[in-house]
Write a new protein. Sequence first.
Lengths: 119, 179
Amino acid sequence: MAARKDQKRRLKIVPATARKGDIVTIKTLAEHEMEPGVRFNPESLVVYPRFIINKLICRYNGREVFVADWFSGVSANPYLAFKLRAEESGTVEIEWVDDYNQSTFARTEITVTDDATTG
Amino acid sequence: MADKKTTGALSRRRLLAGAAAGGAALAWGGVARADDYDFSGNPFRDRFQTFRQTFRVEPNREEAERIVRAIVRGRTPLPGVVTVIAPDIAENGAAVPVTIKVDSPMTADDYPELVHLIALENPFPEIAKYRFTPACGVAEVTLRCRMRTSAPLVVVAEMSTGAVGVTERFVEVTLGACS
């Protein structure tokens, strides 16, 4: 079961341009039903199996800076925002791993200007 | 007798839920018991989470409290380390917005390694674990979680120095989620 094409992955850095040492906010949103594994069909009493995103990894220029382990208590269409210290221009990559070990990615660029050049 | 003790501690904790964070945190410290750990040292109900469960489980408050105690492991929580921002009354239990802030210098040898979020009345109480690094700059995370009923949210921050911070925040849920 591959990741569905119609479920988008969003990633935004606020602000996208920062000075070195500034704290920026990274906002992520994954469209996913996050089936918790405790719901059941009231007629057949068959439990819908768990299907969630169980891991989120943030990489900044290839280095892991933040990891989230999720369980069934995370809401559907999981939103996550966290902070990152801007050190150098480069790529911020978010990887979502689901219960079938399928990964989806979102990448965006961050521009970091030095204090010296901006005066 | 043991049951009586537990319920006594429970009601005291409920009273403290609205009180200062330091007072609520004290309820979790120094109460490690022999049955708080399984053989691999994992919290009890967490072992189901490593598999894709296909069975129905009812919420169990005692199990949830045992998970918290297994994380705290008898250490005395530092007051004022963790701040939890959540609504007093959440209309929709399927998406309760929660912000967790951990007060930390975020240096190479002092940062929050692992931050747990636990809802005490969920069938699977452990909601999320967050691993920060010093590169984050500020240990702060915002998410939306599911809650089945009105219950305290417990956040445990394990610092790289070995210290631990605990904060409890009661959230009233109008319409509960399935989880």
